[in-house]
Design a protein around this ligand. Structure first.
Ligand SMILES: *Cc1c(COP(=O)(O)O)cnc(C)c1O
Length: 381
């Protein structure tokens, strides 16, 4: 049998990328900023269906960093972070020498837990410092409890940075993810739902914030004939070549969302009668997920040799890539000294959870091979 590798999440080309890159080369727009960047920003703005301003950057991580800078987060300030996420959600807090305060997940959306969020805010205020921002994440494309979390943020008047890196194409009550926070961020890294090879975007609600984001992203050049600087600058702007790839990619964004959602229903069908497995799903019809990655929780059964690791190995033996869920940040060496509010929900998800191949280009043959592994694994006695 054909044993070529099946990956967790591969990028897929539309075929239109080349034309935009070619034009950029021909017109010599090959540096940061340019017509492709403008057009890419406009396209994402109209996709988000809300009066917002998109600033294209060289990564999602830089978008989070700029959001923190625009919120005036400085050394010693506290920022509440969802613990269950990728490290890029939190690293920029340390770039600012600020202090991450980690909060556990709830077990329904696997995202930041409203109860523990409020406990954390109250306790930090009691200890003398009100958190200056909250970084909430739509894990694997699945929206967090937006109404609850935003109500708490409003009650205490704390801005939200909405990490929508994995959730372009997801929505909540009909509104697109990325549009809810004081700032939203997107990632166009190679493994995300669409890519610019490497890239990201900052979503803000005023042209003034966009101008300031571009100022910081292009080395903070003051208005002067010579190079004059009164603030720290960064080299974070998206290049016109990368934006050309993005313009080709947005044309298959809807297709990719549909394909990833189809993968989800493929898995749902398989797991519907496997009692020891819970497939990660949206809570109710208010939530619409792009199902960027499909994840499952496996209830271990020692007698039947069933657990997360043995399933991972069964896939690996067939050249199929799977990966444990994000290891929570409060359990990481670099972050473990910072405060944590919660119990063991995120830790439990990490211990039992596995991400399955979810690319928008999985073929029927790929799915057949995946199903065979799962059937063999769970039917053994
Ligand atoms: C990918 C990702 C990021 C970072 O995006 P980059 O473009 O890779 O810098 C941030 N947060 C989450 C949750 C991500 O998955």
């Amino acid at each position: 049998m054909d044993n070529k590798p099946i990956y967790l999440s591969l990028s897929q080309q539309s075929g239109f990328e080349q034309g935009y890159i070619q034009k950029a080369l021909e017109t010599n727009w090959i540096t940061s900023g340019g017509p492709n960047v403008d057009e890419f920003e406009n396209t994402i703005e109209s996709y988000l269906e809300k009066e917002l301003f998109v600033t294209a950057l060289n990564s999602g991580t830089s978008a989070i960093h700029l959001a923190l800078i625009l919120l005036d987060i400085k050394a010693g300030d506290e920022v509440i972070c969802q613990s269950m996420t990728f490290s890029a959600s939190v690293n920029p807090v340390l770039y600012q020498s600020a202090i991450p305060i980690f909060v556990d997940s709830e077990s329904e959306t696997w995202n930041i837990c409203p109860k523990n969020l409020e406990i954390a805010i109250k306790d930090r205020i009691k200890k003398g410092k009100k958190p200056k921002a909250i970084i909430a994440v739509h894990l694997y494309g699945n929206p967090y409890k937006i109404d609850e979390i935003h109500a708490i943020a409003e009650k205490y008047d704390i801005p939200i940075i909405e990490d929508s890196a994995e959730a372009l194409g997801s929505s909540y009550k009909g509104k697109k993810c990325g549009t809810f926070g004081t700032f939203g961020i997107l990632s166009f890294n190679g493994n995300k739902i669409i890519t610019t090879s490497s890239g990201g975007a900052l979503i803000s609600n005023s042209i003034d914030l966009k101008k300031r984001a571009i100022f910081y992203a292009t080395q903070s050049k003051d208005e002067a004939i010579h190079y004059q600087h009164s603030e720290i600058g960064y080299n974070y702007r998206m290049s016109n070549i990368c934006a050309g790839i993005g313009l080709g990619q947005v044309q298959i964004l809807d297709h990719n969302v549909i394909a990833r959602r189809e993968n989800h229903f493929f898995y749902k069908n398989i797991f519907s009668d496997i009692k020891s497995v819970r497939l990660f799903e949206v809570l109710n019809e208010d939530y619409y997920s792009n199902y960027w990655l499909n994840a499952i929780l496996i209830e271990p059964n020692i007698k039947k040799k069933i657990d997360r690791e043995s399933l991972r190995i069964a896939f690996k033996n067939q050249n199929i890539e799977t990966r444990p869920l994000w290891k929570p940040m409060h359990l990481q060496t670099i972050f473990q000294k910072y405060p944590y509010y919660g119990n063991k929900i995120a830790k439990g998800l990490f211990e039992k959870g596995l991400c399955l191949p979810s690319g928008s280009n999985l073929t029927d043959l790929d799915k057949k091979r995946i199903k065979t592994v799962l059937d063999d694994f769970f039917n053994r006695t």
